[in-house]
Design a binder for this molecule. Structure first.
Ligand code: UDX
Ligand code: ADP
Length: 457
């Protein structure tokens, strides 16, 4: 009754939403998402999905129990499927060879071993996790050496969705990239997967390449995006020194159609699970292949980002004559960007840790991030007197010396700043790490304001 059975190993930020979209668009495909984390699977089967994404609840509700299933039975899902997506986490290695640079492939490797063991027939295996170039080869070699001789095909099909806009990105992607072997079998596997996406993505947007081009293109796309942000952030420092306005500069250069307007928003620094990891991966690869100059070039993207986060925290300390000891700082936003509850590599972690080191008291509010996640990210306990997590922006700001905007949540734009000002210790400061607020209006109320790439007071 179903023409194709798909299984996806890994029910995270990528696997869950992507599979929900495939199930919605392809009624004759049965999709089973499996994970070893039983709690996560239970959440996918409940009304409280483990991932917050606008529009996701609806598409999950429409397909779940019909052609979309979530389970912990990895083995039987592998056995049943024609196409197996691998969407497990690939963090940066924290130990041994390539520490802090290379991707840690132990999750991918363990999945490859499970597939080899339980496949029971030839499968199309699709790498969806961001993984370094030539991982497909590693997966293939595990399948060949530990399997029972089935002729599997390995494809690379990187995901380009951004968190917070995942559903829209999946529904209307700029492109779908599928890399495979150049053999007739490899080409046939590519077409089988292209047919799934072809249910809703126009064929001209489905790019077919060899395996390694596809794997490398994913890393390079993220490296170029991260580089744009580090570039504009570097210019933000120059703007502050020269009284140019970084938003005006970004707008002026962005109208050049060769440069384009997107990803030129200066900020407290980029975060998220992909940018730093992928740039570091690229750096590692360049080093591995004897290209130290290229490695150094890309590494500077990360160095600039670290400096930008540090610069923001230091500006807060400097504004209080080099001591924030016992000052209450209201931190608005903790997620790495708006419309997500994800805090991986969020600039909030570095900024808050630095300010805690300076003995500030932090009152943090984020509309979606869970309290215990904030404590965990900051290596803090709930009995730490200098850290509280608040249920509203008003509560965080009450009695504070400064407001720090770290995430660009829309609701922060609509806060009643007159009332907030009344509730604060004077002089009341705003440090806008996202250039989100109306600074002239804030100054008219009486706030002292510092923002990214804007003339300082
Ligand atoms: C990114 C890529 O966009 C996506 O294609 C890939 O699949 C995964 O990595 P994501 O990390 O979800 O997606 O978010 P993105 O919107 O790219 O933002 C990353 C970080 O850059 C955020 O911290 C964001 O606030 C910051 N950013 C983005 C800026 O500081 N300025 C900008 O102009 C754009
Ligand atoms: P991403 O952002 O790439 O989707 P996540 O960390 O959100 O990454 O999700 C990856 C998921 O993969 C996690 O839920 C994790 O439990 C799951 N996972 C890791 N290893 C395995 C495995 N061997 N089998 C099944 N699931 C796995």
């Amino acid at each position: 009754m179903f023409s194709t059975k798909i299984c996806c190993i890994g029910a995270g930020y990528v696997g869950g939403p992507t599979m929900a979209m495939i199930a919605n668009k392809c009624s004759d495909v049965r999709v089973e998402v499996v994970d070893i984390n039983a709690e996560r699977i239970a959440a996918w089967n409940s009304d409280q999905l483990p991932v917050y994404e606008p529009g996701l609840d609806e598409i999950v509700a429409q397909a779940r129990g019909i052609n979309l299933f979530f389970s912990t039975d990895v083995e039987s899902a592998i056995r049943e499927a024609d196409i197996i997506f691998v969407s497990v986490n690939t963090p940066t290695k924290t130990y041994g060879l390539g520490a802090n640079r290379a991707a840690d492939l132990r999750f991918v490797e363990s999945v490859a071993r499970s597939i080899a063991e339980h496949a029971g027939g030839p499968k199309i295996i699709v790498e969806k996790s961001t993984i370094p170039v030539r991982t497909a080869e590693a997966i293939k070699s595990i399948l060949e050496t530990s399997g029972s001789g089935h002729a599997h095909q390995v494809l690379s099909n990187p995901e380009f969705l951004a968190e917070g806009t995942a559903v829209a990105d999946l529904e209307n992607p700029d492109r779908i990239l599928i890399g495979g072997e150049t053999t007739p079998e490899g080409q046939a596997a590519i077409e089988r997967l292209a047919n799934v996406y072809g249910e809703w993505v126009p064929q001209e947007r489905i790019i077919r390449t060899n395996l390694w081009s596809s794997e490398l293109a994913k890393l390079v796309a993220n490296a170029f995006l991260a580089q744009r942000i580090s570039s504009i952030n570097s210019i933000s420092a120059l703007c502050e020194a020269t009284e140019a306005d970084v938003d005006e500069v970004a707008n002026a250069i962005g109208t050049d159609s060769r440069i384009g307007p997107k990803f030129l928003k200066a900020s407290v620094g980029f975060g998220g699970s992909c940018f730093q990891k992928d740039v570091l991966n690229l750096v590692y690869l360049c080093g591995h292949f004897g290209l130290p100059e290229v490695a150094e070039y890309w590494e500077s993207v990360i160095t600039m980002n670290q400096w930008q986060k540090r610069r923001f925290a230091d500006a807060v300390v400097q504004a209080f004559f080099n001591t924030v000891s016992n000052k209450r700082l209201a931190v608005l936003g903790f997620a790495f960007k708006k419309d997500t509850n994800d805090t991986r590599e969020t600039p909030a972690i570095d900024v808050c840790k630095r300010l805690l080191e300076e003995q500030a008291s932090l009152a943090i509010y984020d509309p979606k991030v869970e309290t215990d996640k904030i404590f965990r990210d900051l290596d803090a306990n709930d009995d730490d007197e200098r850290l509280i997590v608040c249920a509203s922006a008003q509560e965080a700001v009450q009695g504070a010396n400064a407001i720090l905007v770290i995430t660009e949540w829309d609701e922060f734009k609509d806060l009643d700043f007159e009332t907030l000002f009344e509730s604060m210790v004077k002089p009341a400061w705003v440090f806008d790490g996202r250039n989100l607020l109306d600074h002239d209006k804030l100054r008219a109320i009486g706030f002292k304001v510092r923002a990214i790439g804007k003339p300082c007071e």
